[in-house]
Design a protein around this ligand. Structure first.
Ligand SMILES: [Fe+2]
Length: 221
């Protein structure tokens, strides 16, 4: 796990990925994916490994920050060289992390009110939804939203940032459950708690972002 996060950190530095999508977010996504996996039945070691590594690596090839092809090649080379993953698993992971972002899925699903359609990941579909849902849950962290906008719009005032965050949460984040972007019961459960906390943070303009509890991560075999 240490090597995984060291690699994520190195990619964040290389691509100037800001804190909102950096190492802390990668760790948070892993902790949430782990909690979801722990509620599922018959998870194989490979399925767990693909879900957890996808959760950790997903933003290291995000189109907002990287040349996706170049970053994907680097991830693939690392998984092969440093971790010794077989081709099929590397292919599955790269397919997952390049097709799980909300903005991309939204383009695939332009009509509101319908159940979202997702790319077909075959036998790795559940791993895909674990990693994807964990990332969706991370977007309930208000501080991440404000930090990202500060990165993109450093000229905005404090007031403009908080107004934008309120709009984004009301118009998008707080709709995730109703629009059925979260379906796994544990992810739905987490989102209810997270929504309460986000509502408080928006009201009090509070940038609290708890450090993910890494000791709760189980190292995948
Ligand atoms: Fe993310």
């Amino acid at each position: 796990m240490q090597a995984l996060f060291a690699f994520v950190d190195s990619m964040c530095r290389r691509y100037n990925i800001d804190e909102s999508h950096g190492l802390k977010h990668a760790k948070g996504t892993v902790v949430r994916a782990q909690a979801i996996l722990n509620t599922l039945q018959d998870v194989t070691d490979t399925e767990r490994r693909i879900a957890i590594y996808s959760a950790a690596l997903h933003d290291t090839c995000d189109h907002k920050y990287t040349d996706v092809k170049e970053a994907s090649l680097m991830i693939d080379a690392w998984l092969e060289g440093a971790v010794g993953w077989p081709f099929e698993e590397r292919k599955a992971l790269l397919a997952i992390i390049t097709s799980m972002s909300y903005s991309m899925l939204k383009k695939m699903n332009p009509v509101a009110g319908l159940d979202p359609r997702y790319p077909d990941h075959g036998k790795w579909s559940r791993a895909y939804h674990v990693a994807r849902s964990a990332d969706v849950l991370e977007s309930y962290i208000v501080a991440r939203c404000v930090l990202y906008n500060q990165h993109i719009h450093p000229d905005w005032t404090e007031d403009q940032h908080w107004t934008r965050a309120e709009e984004l949460f009301k118009g998008r984040v707080f709709q995730y459950r109703h629009e059925r972007w979260l379906l796994i019961p544990e992810a739905v459960r987490q989102s209810i708690q997270l929504e309460e906390e986000a509502t408080r943070c928006l009201k009090e303009r509070d940038m609290t972002w708890e450090e993910p509890l890494l000791e709760s991560i189980q190292t995948p075999k």
